[in-house]
Design a binder for this molecule. Sequence first.
Ligand code: 4NP
Length: 156
Amino acid sequence: MVKVLFVCLGNICRSPMAEAMFTKMVADAGLSSQITVASAATSTEEQGNPAHPGAQAEMRKHGLDPSQLISTPITRADFDNADLIITMDAQNVRNLKRMAPADDTAKIKLAYDILPGHQGEEIPDPWYDHRFDRTYRQLSETLPAWLDAIKAQYQL
Ligand code: 4NP
């Protein structure tokens, strides 16, 4: 089983969208029994809260169900369990590298780093400008490449 964990600051905007989108991509590829998908926050700010209404609306617009997504801070066990920790911006990477057990820092990736020519690009927080459509577009650009990479690496 390959375990993918998406992480952002609050786990109410970007990473829950990524979780819902990637879960559907994995299901559509017939790989639900081989790849698990989850998401978490680097902060406790939104712990227990559902996805942001704007994120929920964007997910529903694309046929995704946001109703089960609840903000959860990342734990030590999450670092150990995950095979791949995919984050949205440089601040997420810095926070996670500070929090991670030393053995797990190599699992931490920036979403855009999988796309040649886009290394270091960020998926900015839509919290301030409510551009959830931009978040969806950026995740649509990056997530298929992650699924391809996982399929190649694990021969799925
Ligand atoms: P997210 O957006 O990291 O994409 O979930 C945020 C939501 C809430 C906060 C920060 C970012 N906050 O500080 O409460």
